[in-house]
Design a binder for this molecule. Sequence first.
Ligand SMILES: *Cc1c(COP(=O)(O)O)cnc(C)c1O
Length: 376
Amino acid sequence: MNIQMVDLHTQIAEIREELDEAISAVFERGAFVRGPFVAQFEEELSALYGGAHALGVGNGTDALQLAYMATGIGAGDEVIVPAFTIFATAEAAALLGARPVFVDIDPATFNLDPMLVEAAITEKTKAIVPVHLYGQSADMDPLLDIAGKHNLIVIEDAAQAIGAEYKGRLVGTLGDVGCLSFYPTKNLGAFGDGGACIATDDVLAASLRKLANHGTERKYHNELVGVNSRLDALQAAILSVKLPHLNAWTEARQKAAYHYDHALNEIKLVTIPPRAPYADHVFHQYTIRVPAEARDDLGVHLKACGIPTMVYYPVPLHLLPVFQELGYAEGAFPESERTSREVLSLPIHPHVSEEQIRYVAETVASFLQEPVSASP
Ligand SMILES: *Cc1c(COP(=O)(O)O)cnc(C)c1O
């Protein structure tokens, strides 16, 4: 059985003709940067987000950086970020001279624990950055309440959560700016890098657009120091072909997750991904917990059985070498630390079959239920 973490070949084969046509159209038009293909995709993305402004940018990390820049975050400011997320969430703030202030996650959701946020706020705090990890929304209402009370910006890292909902509303539109990534393995993936910022506020949207284009709306009349971060036309054309399929692909992921749940539920040492009652999970990842002492061996065993797995993320941000200067010690965020030792992401994508899922589950079960052989 050929099982992959992500199966882009099957997805491409499914829409090959449309993709070829779209790519040829870009070649024929010769508009490779900005231009009609990007404008069209931005319109389609805006429609998905209920008419919010959508700006195509170079990648998801740039989307975060631009969100920080457009909301005025810079040197000396503090930004509240979960201790358990991808490096980029904090990196983009640190690059601007801001200080990432970490907060532990709620182990029941893998997301920022709203109960712990207020204690981390100081007079330097500018923003809260919830990450909708693995495709499930953070608990936004309490976070938005806290932000409102302390006059903080909310930037949503929705890179893993395109189409995910919180109480029936799309994540990415709940805070001030929503950040998306179209990295090839994301739920909506380009054939290279890509990303987007979503914003409902007209002024903020204009500022994002300006900053992404060297700080100007008019060439040679730069008003701000910005960056050059563009979604290129080929990627936009490819994303326009893929976007209409996103719903069906998301449903296929959710169905695969449901099959995993049923197949893994009986295994005592496995905790299946929790579902928050307020969230509609889009399963960018299907991430189980297993006892920390078994996690790495299980990964090795699965690999030997032809099953790839990944650990997202093995080191919580406060323990990364680069953030040692921030002065956090081990033990500062116990749930993030424990989670980084227990999580294992199993293969999930729209084309993973029920048979493959059963095989993965059986292999997990047979490994974990084997008595651990004691060393002599
Ligand atoms: C992928 C990802 C990013 C960064 O996106 P790139 O397009 O790779 O720059 C940021 N945050 C999260 C949560 C991600 O999963």
